[in-house]
Ligand binder design. Structure first.
Ligand code: MZP
Length: 501
């Protein structure tokens, strides 16, 4: 007979934190957001993140550009596995080859392409400088640059080939591959230019150096790098082809692998983790999930998982709970698994970090997830909305959006996430749009500023202290209403008639 457990599935919105004593030392500039990423003896994790945010392994979220942007802020991206091994490896390589300041050009055209294509490409990538190469690729033989002021979109004939407009190599300052960032910056400064092409000996484009990146550099004090100063990146693997995928990703230099499954409490996942740990030892971090119970955590911790993801059915694009009647309120799942992690640490002396995955719709949810015990959080929608996610920005009725779809949706189902591949009989995710929210860096800064401010209210300078000191209360629906504004109108200031009563 089925058992009904004595529990109500709770969500993040049902909790509020109570303030603790803030001493004078509790100011945001003293707060550290460093958090354990991989198992290790209690108090000394094998690896850490500098901020507790990672991006979901999804087609519409974690490409190389987003993973670079997130690692520069101190978190990490997980490149999706619902693609061929070769293309996933290429994305990992792009992150590992990224040298701060040296950008592999992703906005490229051929000299014979019409201006119209330049307009479309700028809109799709959000980048105004286009590299012109003979084959239209980022490493083709370099012909020149098409900059934002080289043509007028609404005046020039958009059917004209770009070769009539771009600045040819002979008119540009460039540098040979191997140039140091300091030397490249000197060239940008002395010649007062916005972009410096870096070329291989045979004339192929190696990378571009932008003036803007030099100005931005001081904005990335938390950059997450490996021991060779390359950015850290993760990649998802599935339980079907991990034998081939793992070795290719490891060879490409991946730092973390994570088994990607909506239900990780399974013998297939255990086998995959044991295989991967046996192949890689401690050189690569191996995560697993997702689980929502003590038993699920224990099973994967015993299998050797370095971190464990928590959450079933809470994702913004996820319809698993409605389709299959399985899952758990995300707050309850995180709280219970965090308790299991702490028990495991007490018993074995080994701390296995947990990641709250999915269903974090705003900064408050992130804060509550961390207070309830998550070591870090994985998000899809949050990052899909940013300029760096791999999808184009589209305009609809005057507002900007980005496409965002679930890995269990028909759109992504060509890959075998659920073991049934293209013959999948029902969907577990939807294909949707999310509002465009601008650059990842700005968004992450707001989130981390709010998190640090809350930690100061609790009287905590580290995430471990935050979790130890956090006291939460369950809220009634009316408490939630009380927390919003009341009796005031937030009018659109531009449409207000200046006349005063
Ligand atoms: P969210 O941050 O958009 O709320 O949720 C992202 C998470 O939802 C992913 O990390 C993954 O665990 C989960 N996901 C991805 N695709 C699906 C689906 O199609 C899904 N059902 O549930």
């Amino acid at each position: 007979m089925a058992k009904i457990i004595d529990d109500t599935s709770r969500t993040f919105d049902e909790f509020l934190l109570l303030p603790g004593l803030s001493e004078k030392v509790h100011v945001p500039s003293n707060v550290s957001l460093k958090t354990p990423l991989a198992r290790g003896p209690v108090g000394s994790p094998r690896r850490s993140l500098n901020i507790p945010l990672v991006s979901a392994a999804m087609q519409s979220v974690s490409g190389s550009e987003l993973s670079i942007a997130l690692a520069r802020k101190g978190g990490a991206g997980f490149i999706f596995c619902s693609q061929g091994i070769e293309s996933q490896v290429a994305m990992v390589e792009q992150v590992k080859e990224h040298k701060a300041g040296f950008v592999v050009s992703d906005t490229n055209l051929k000299p014979s392409d019409p201006l119209r294509q330049a307009v479309a490409l700028r809109k799709a990538t959000g980048h105004s400088t286009i590299a012109i190469t003979h084959d239209g690729t980022g490493h083709g033989t370099f012909a020149g640059l098409l900059m934002s002021d080289d043509f007028w979109e609404f005046k020039d004939d958009l059917d004209t080939p770009i070769e009539r407009y771009y600045r040819p190599l002979s008119s540009l300052t460039w540098a040979p591959a191997g140039v140091s960032l300091t030397e490249a910056t000197e060239l940008l400064w002395k010649n007062k230019i916005k972009c410096l092409p870096v070329l291989e000996e045979d004339g192929r484009l190696s990378s571009l150096v932008f003036r803007k990146d030099y100005f931005d550099h001081h904005l990335f004090p938390d950059e997450l790098t490996d021991d060779k100063k390359r950015l850290v990146v993760g990649a998802a693997v599935n339980t079907h082809d991990y034998r081939e995928r793992v070795s290719a990703l490891v060879e490409a230099g991946v730092d973390m692998l994570c088994f990607d499954s909506s239900d990780g409490y399974s013998a297939w996942q255990r086998e995959g983790i044991e295989y991967t740990k046996a192949q890689c030892g401690d050189s690569v971090i191996v995560g697993g999930g997702n689980v929502v119970s003590r038993e699920g955590f224990r099973y994967l911790a015993d299998a050797g998982c370095d971190f464990i993801k928590v959450g079933i059915g809470g994702g913004s694009i996820c319809i698993t709970r409605g389709q299959k009647g399985i899952g758990r309120g995300q707050a309850s799942a995180v709280f219970e698994v965090a308790a299991a992690r702490d028990e495991y640490a007490k018993e074995t002396g080994i701390y296995v970090p947990i990641c709250s995955d999915g269903g974090l719709s705003n900064d408050t949810h992130i804060i509550i997830a961390l207070a309830l015990g998550a070591d870090f959080v994985m998000m899809g929608k949050y990052f899909a909305m940013t300029a760096e996610s791999p999808t184009p920005t589209i305009r609809h009725r005057g507002s900007l959006y980005k496409p965002y779809w679930g890995e269990g949706s028909a759109r992504a189902r060509n890959w075998q996430r659920y073991g049934t591949g293209g013959s999948m009989k029902f969907e577990e995710g939807v294909d949707a749009f999310v509002p465009f929210s601008g650059p990842l860096s700005d968004k992450v800064e707001i989130t981390t500023a709010k998190l640090k401010s809350t930690m100061c209210n609790i009287g905590a300078l580290s995430l471990a202290e935050f979790q130890n000191k956090a006291q939460l209360t369950l809220v009634s629906p009316m408490t939630f209403v009380e927390g919003g504004t009341s009796g005031v109108e937030q009018l659109d200031r531009h449409s207000i008639d200046e006349e005063r009563a």
